[in-house]
Design a protein around this ligand. Structure first.
Ligand code: ZN
Ligand code: ZN
Length: 121
């Protein structure tokens, strides 16, 4: 399940790059990661934080499946300063690490290492 989640993020990342190709320099967003639409909409709390080897961040609810690219929203560092600050207070991860917590009220994050295949581009 987790492996497929990582694969999904790869697709989402490519989607973000594709999107940024279409916008002019003036409106280019500073995409540093993505979040699932549940987190984006605030309908579910962040339960998984993934920091990919290439520096790309993912924040997701860890509850629902996210089968479609549409389930992820690009996380622009400029447009989401407050949100990003709140996320970074949750957990401080090195590239190649990801973390998960059991529930919204659980402040104990379990740390894991990404599979080696995440490193290959
Ligand atoms: Zn932006
Ligand atoms: Zn979600």
């Amino acid at each position: 399940m987790l492996t497929s989640a990582f694969g999904m993020v790869r697709r989402a990342e490519r989607g973000n790059q594709a999107n940024s190709d279409g916008v002019s320099e003036n409106t280019k967003h500073n995409i540093r990661g993505c979040m699932c639409r549940h987190v984006h909409e605030g309908s579910l709390p962040v339960r998984q934080v993934i920091h990919h080897y290439d520096g790309f961040w993912e924040f997701n609810c860890g509850v629902e499946d996210h089968p479609d690219l549409d389930d992820f929203v690009g996380l622009c560092a400029d447009c989401n300063r407050e949100r990003l600050a709140a996320f970074k207070m949750l957990v401080d991860l090195q590239p190649g690490q990801w973390a998960q917590r059991a529930s919204e009220n659980d402040n104990k994050w379990e740390l894991f290492l990404l599979p080696p295949e995440d490193q290959g581009a």
